[in-house]
Design a protein around this ligand. Structure first.
Ligand code: F0G
Length: 440
């Protein structure tokens, strides 16, 4: 999936002049009236003309992309945004419970086009759950997944196991698993579906098409997204750049990519060391030096947001390009900020996993800094479902100090500001009624 000469990841580029693209984005709405057709029902393939790398009849769908854009008063208030101006793009509603299904439907389609019989990924959990699901539903391929030791939440591991994927747990973290899966795929000719795969990014562009659709094709001021391997941010930048080039939107939104402070390679390189796109020649030596120094000092990513616990983001260059296209910024947020933001998201009704809440914590910081204005229209992408990592959620809300310290305390979360503690009551009717009267 990389160029033989320069080693950079491949990119999907279309010759739009030879393709049919509707004159107006409104044309995509009409497909919803034909939703009995699986390709019109799919939140990815409904936009086929904007990711036309395979014939429609070859495109694989399991019904991905039925997701929601919802305004949230509670989260708006928490972050300092005016009522009605903050929206949550809830990707937890995908079949495997995360945004990954958008990209997987596209990568799977390409895999099918090239006749692959096995597909592999390294994963912090969601990519593997998605790959396993597509393999299990379609029976087109067998899934081989690589995970690090103790670096995956049970919610996600349970999906991969239940869907029947061959699961290889190696001694190491996500970056170690990523390096190995690349070697193994090359050696055994297995199709790789990590976001080094440019077709994954094509599918993930559609998250932004659905955001625009939900906003009646109006462009918001900000898109805020957690940054791990940087597939989403890269895909979102590409989506807006292409729509702008095609004359389908008249401006692009700004992009904010939010790292966990314990896994902040992008933040360090962009905001502290000034790494920029530089007309297509970013100083990637700077990144190499940063990685060498990381290895020399034995520093490894460490955050409660296990989905984004990544040292060497594979899409670094493409993300830097997206930051250029979208006048973007990068911020880091602590685990405590992430868990508090997650609790506020949960209290508003759309539960998410820790990594997803980085976007909300990021908005709060950017509003405090004066970079996002309170009356701007902001979309936070909630990348994964709350039930993906119940351990982190329960530890945050728990009355059990030992559990709190074990899961959260060691990650620098000292105080659960929005904990909704379970009330312990003796098994006695009067006591139970008393407790409900007291707390209810
Ligand atoms: N949020 C969630 C819930 C994720 O699972 C991931 C990545 C990200 C955010 C980061 O997205 O890589 O596009 O910047 N999870 C990968 C996995 C690494 O293996 O499931 P990104």
């Amino acid at each position: 999936m990389a160029c033989d000469r320069c080693g950079e990841l491949l990119d999907v580029v279309y010759n739009w002049d030879r393709l049919h693209v509707p004159d107006s984005l409104k044309a995509f709405e009409e497909k919803w009236t034909r939703r009995a057709n699986p390709h019109c029902f799919s939140g990815v393939w409904r936009f086929h003309e904007l990711l036309p790398f395979a014939p429609l009849e070859q495109c694989v769908t399991v019904g991905e992309g039925q997701t929601l854009l919802v305004p949230s008063e509670g989260v708006a208030k928490y972050t300092g945004i005016k009522p009605g101006r903050l929206y949550l793009q809830y990707e937890g509603m995908n079949p495997s419970g995360s945004f990954k299904d958008n990209g997987m439907s596209a990568a799977f389609t390409h895999a099918r086009c090239v006749g692959a019989t096995r597909a592999a990924c390294a994963s912090t959990g969601n990519t593997s759950a998605s790959l396993a699901l597509y393999c299990s539903v379609t029976k087109l391929m067998k899934a081989v997944i690589f995970i690090g030791s103790g670096k995956i939440s049970y919610g996600k591991l349970s999906q991969a196991l239940d869907f029947g994927a061959l699961t290889v747990q190696i001694n190491g973290d996500f970056d170690d698993a990523m390096a190995r899966v690349k070697e193994v795929s090359r050696e055994l000719g297995i199709y790789l579906v990590n976001s080094v795969n440019p077709f994954r990014l094509e599918g993930q562009k559609t998250i932004m098409f659905r955001v625009l659709e939900a906003l009646r094709w109006e462009v918001p001021d900000w898109i805020v997204v957690p940054g791990g391997n940087l597939g989403n941010s890269s895909a979102f930048g590409k989506a807006f750049h292409e729509l702008h080039q095609l004359g389908l939107i008249d401006r692009v939104p700004r992009l904010a990519v939010i790292n966990a402070a314990g896994a902040n390679t992008l933040y360090e390189l962009v905001e502290r060391q000034g790494l920029h796109w530089n007309d297509g020649s970013p100083d990637l030596e700077r990144a190499s030096r940063y990685y060498d120094e990381m290895d020399a000092t034995g520093r490894r990513a460490d955050t409660i947001a296990s989905a984004i616990e990544i040292n060497r983001p594979v899409n670094l260059s493409k993300c830097i390009r997206a930051l250029e296209w979208c006048d973007g910024v990068v911020r880091e947020v602590t685990d405590e900020q992430i868990m508090d933001a997650k609790a506020r998201v949960g209290a508003s009704g759309l539960g998410c996993e820790p990594a997803s809440a980085a976007s909300v914590a990021g908005v709060k910081s950017l509003v405090a800094e004066g970079i996002i204005a309170a009356d701007q229209r902001v979309v936070c992408v909630l990348t994964g479902h709350q039930l993906k990592d119940p351990t982190a959620t329960v530890a945050y809300h728990t009355t059990d100090q030992e559990q709190f310290n074990k899961v959260l305390g060691s990650r620098g979360v000292r105080r659960a500001a929005f904990a909704n503690r379970a009330v312990a009551v003796p098994n006695n009717l009067d006591e139970i009624i008393k407790a409900i009267r007291l707390y209810g």
